[in-house]
Design a protein around this ligand. Structure first.
Ligand code: ASN
Ligand code: ZN
Ligand code: CA
Length: 335
């Protein structure tokens, strides 16, 4: 007989966490029946991997020396992402059909990326440069799974301006999941991939308060503001103005400290933007994504979609509605 359990995981990035497990006649399986039956596999040995199992329901030791550690982060990442979408929006899983995804860890050798695949409805994580830092950090996990949410809703095409908005949606929700989970070892912030040292530079992958801070001699630089050139850029760079919009709408312009982290967000026109808080900004983005955006939505369309969402949720002409318009103007979209 199988019994639903609650295991203890020692994660790499989020400290000691609770994870859903199943007791299958004395063998514990990394399966989460409360979240669509999500399963976590170890890809070592090739093929589709092996379901991760354990004999005492205490998983990983927080270091990469223990193969289970990356699996703990992956299972925790799907749990927090599932709970975020469920608790905040009543969304029943990535495709809103109650079906759990699966996660696969230890992909490749030194592979410093992670990706969502709509066809297998699954997440794949590399172990990072030198296999030292698996890409299983919470905001990255939630970023990737949000690609599945976008695919199931607006369907933003992954190129040009719609591609930048697709990427920004993943960064926005990845950040919102981090705030939602608020685990002690992973104090929420407005940077992406700040713990996994993905490029070996000691810096985050992306900065929402000022996207151009990601300047990378190899990979290039994100834009702070909209420009006609944006549609030709890599989607991880053309996401910049939308990430910047979201930061400004949440926290406002200028100098600010959030969780002891200093931010200083500039605006295109030099005019100040008043923040409405991350939760309100997240509500507006989610409603815009799921109600108004389509596969070809561009930046001008995202402005319209978020204004409509803000009107629905807070009233047309409300201070919150005005803040949405001001935050877009601050990244040079509309005025
Ligand atoms: N990690 C990358 C991303 O989410 C991989 C990809 O799917 N393009 O953007
Ligand atoms: Zn992405
Ligand atoms: Ca982060």
């Amino acid at each position: 007989t199988e019994q639903i359990n609650s295991g203890v995981g020692n994660s790499r990035y989020s400290g000691r966490v609770e994870i859903g497990t199943v007791d299958d006649n004395g063998v514990y399986e990394l399966t989460d029946p409360d979240r669509g039956g999500h399963k976590t596999y170890d890809l070592t040995g090739g093929g589709n991997g092996t379901l991760v199992t354990d004999d005492d329901d205490v998983w990983g030791d927080g270091t990469t020396a223990d193969r289970q550690t990356a699996a703990v982060d992956a299972a925790y990442g799907q749990r927090e992402t599932w709970d975020f979408y469920q608790d905040r929006f009543g969304r029943n899983g990535i495709a809103d059909n109650g079906v759990g995804a699966s996660s696969r860890v230890h992909y490749g050798d030194g592979y410093a990326n992670a990706y969502w695949d709509d066809l297998c409805f699954c997440m794949t994580y590399g172990d990072g440069l030198g296999n030292a830092n698996p890409l299983t950090e919470l905001d990255i996990a939630a970023h990737e799974m949000t690609h599945g949410v976008t695919y199931a809703t607006a369907g933003l095409v992954y190129t040009g301006e719609s591609g930048g908005l697709n990427e920004a949606t993943s960064d926005i929700m990845g950040t919102a999941v981090e705030f939602f989970a608020n685990s002690p070892a992973d104090v929420p912030d407005y940077t992406i991939g700040e713990l996994a040292d993905v490029r070996g530079t000691g810096k985050p992958l992306r900065y929402m308060d000022q996207p151009s801070k990601d300047a990378d001699p190899v990979k290039g630089t994100s834009a702070d503001y909209w420009s006609p050139d944006l549609k030709k850029q890599d989607v991880h760079h053309s996401s910049g103005p939308a990430n910047h919009f979201f930061y400004l709408l949440s926290e406002g312009s200028g100098k600010k400290s959030v969780n002891g982290i200093a931010y200083d967000s500039p605006t295109y026109d030099g005019l100040p933007v008043a923040g409405i808080g991350l939760n309100n900004a997240t509500d507006i983005w989610y409603r815009a994504l799921t109600t108004y955006m389509t596969s070809t939505t561009d930046y001008a369309g995202a402005r319209t979609a978020t204004l409509q969402a803000a009107a629905d949720l807070f009233g047309q002409g409300s201070a919150t509605y005005e803040a949405v318009g001001n935050a877009w103007a601050a990244v040079d979209v509309g005025s």
